[in-house]
Design a protein around this ligand. Structure first.
Ligand SMILES: Nc1ncnc2c1ncn2[C@@H]1O[C@H](COP(=O)(O)OP(=O)(O)OP(=O)(O)O)[C@@H](O)[C@H]1O
Length: 264
């Protein structure tokens, strides 16, 4: 522990928000992740990119506790997620929120009930409090109170994403995980959704990890880019530094980024 000039010990540095340590994932004989390592610091927005089938969604699913790696550890806020007993693990999971591809809303539940779902699961809030929290999240994602009673089938693609985001934010997480947040949105809706995520990130002081194939989203959102190739993270660096990385996937990918930046 370091000391201040008055010899008062300063507190130990906060652990990384999220860390994958020596992670292996195997489906039968097929190895998806081989000794994969990744560290995310508080307050950053990190993009996770990689070829189709390289294991990005699988890694996100490990990080949000839906699946467990074959070997290795996932640490969230310094705690070893898969080694915790159930109750502590559930408590830890309330510190993160996930937006799935296509929103993954419950089709039979209204917008209100979708957003209320994680709050009700927790069994800590009465219905008045849940109402206040849900309506606050609806405002946060720039939807109107009258949208609360709609069913997912009555929503546009952009609205579904916003409701999914509101649900991911329901428990006021510190880490937000987004799988392809702009997939399926037209360029205008996509850039509005990116702006909304960045604004919410700023307001709530979130750390954000997202997967994308979309170069515009990558350029607009990321502080750092983690590249999943050859079954592990080959680099996690700024967009600029990515230009220096000598790897066929990165070289290809960077050509696309370069062309896009020159067009804008
Ligand atoms: N439960 C499972 N059982 C067997 N194989 C699986 C399972 N889940 C994923 N896979 C395989 O693992 C590989 C990685 O899948 P994953 O969805 O993580 O890739 P991805 O990088 O997110 O791909 P994309 O960019 O196309 O969405 C794929 O070959 C997939 O078929």
């Amino acid at each position: 522990m370091s000391e201040t000039p008055n010899n008062i010990p300063s507190p130990p540095p906060a652990p990384p928000v999220c860390e994958a340590r020596n992670v292996w994932t195997e489906f039968g004989d097929v190895v998806i992740h081989r000794d994969l390592n990744l560290v995310m610091e508080r307050g950053e927005i990190m993009a996770l990119v990689g070829g189709s089938g390289s294991g990005k969604t699988t890694l996100l699913r490990h990080i949000v506790g839906l699946t467990e790696p074959s070997r290795g550890d996932i640490l969230l806020f310094g705690e070893n997620l898969h080694a915790l007993e159930r109750e502590r693990r559930q408590r830890l999971m309330t510190r993160l929120g996930m937006l799935f591809q296509q929103g993954a809303l419950f089709s039979a539940l209204s917008v209100f009930d979708n957003i209320a779902f994680p709050l009700r699961e927790l069994k800590q809030f009465d219905e008045d409090t849940i109402h206040t929290l849900v309506m606050h999240k609806l405002t946060l994602v720039e939807l109107e109170p009258q949208h609360a009673s709609l069913l997912p089938a009555q929503l546009s693609g952009g609205m579904i994403k916003r409701v999914g985001l509101a649900r991911a934010l329901a428990l006021e997480p510190e880490l937000l995980v987004l799988d392809e947040p702009t997939a399926g949105l037209d360029p205008d809706r996509s850039s509005k959704f990116v702006a909304l995520i960045k604004q919410i990130k700023q307001t709530l002081g979130l750390t954000v990890l997202f997967v994308t194939h979309d170069i515009d989203t990558l350029i607009a959102m990321s502080d750092r880019v983690a590249v999943l190739a050859d079954k592990h993270i080959i680099t996690a660096c700024s967009l600029q530094a990515l230009g220096e990385v000598d790897h066929p996937f990165v070289t290809n990918f960077f050509q696309g980024i370069h062309a896009r930046m020159e067009r804008s």
